[in-house]
Design a binder for this molecule. Structure first.
Ligand SMILES: [Zn+2]
Length: 180
């Protein structure tokens, strides 16, 4: 943890999408969200993640195309921050995500990690948190592919009515980013 690598991702998967994302978006992300440069995000598949010891248990992981995980450990002197993005190769195969859609989904998860450390959002509900994560993707110019990810998820019938309503709302908010 003491070595500052200034690498956005430590990719443990065989998917090069993370390297591509890093090449394209790392500097713009570091400019907009300076605290992000202090973190290195581990990237795992669902099955890799499940083999990790001492990582937070994530509920419903098998139904998520992408997810994030954060663990902050402090012994009073030192603070160790574990941040990870988890992807489900089976699910994104199923949804036939394009490269841009995968980038948008990754940007959304990076958005969660960015805003996890945003104290202004410490009491915010699910809806606001999802919208703030989408905002990060929109600022990278990924609003359109993120919308098509949400459309695909919605029409899959894998998600509850409440989850679909939230997706609808997120699509509406993303439309707003396109206009502005
Ligand atoms: Zn989310």
């Amino acid at each position: 943890m003491s070595i500052s690598t200034n690498k956005l991702f430590n990719n443990h998967t065989s998917d090069n999408i993370f390297q591509e994302f890093e090449q394209r978006f790392r500097s713009i992300l570091y400019q907009k969200y300076t605290h992000l440069s202090a973190l290195c995000i581990d990237c795992y598949t669902v099955s890799q993640y499940k083999l990790q010891e001492n990582v937070p248990l994530i509920e419903g992981l098998s139904n998520d195309t992408f997810a994030y995980s954060i663990d902050v450990k402090s012994d009073g002197v030192q603070r160790a921050v574990f941040v990870a993005i988890i992807l489900s190769p089976e699910l994104y195969e199923l949804f036939k995500f394009t490269e841009m859609e995968k980038m948008a989904a990754i940007a959304h998860e990076v958005g969660h990690i960015i805003h996890y450390f945003n104290e202004a959002l410490s009491t915010a509900g699910t809806m606001i948190i999802e919208i703030k994560a989408d905002e990060v993707a929109a600022k990278l110019g990924l609003a359109e592919p993120l919308k098509s990810v949400l459309h695909k998820l919605k029409s899959s019938k894998r998600y509850s009515k409440e989850q679909c309503q939230l997706m609808d709302l997120r699509i509406q908010m993303l439309n707003y980013y396109n206009v502005s």
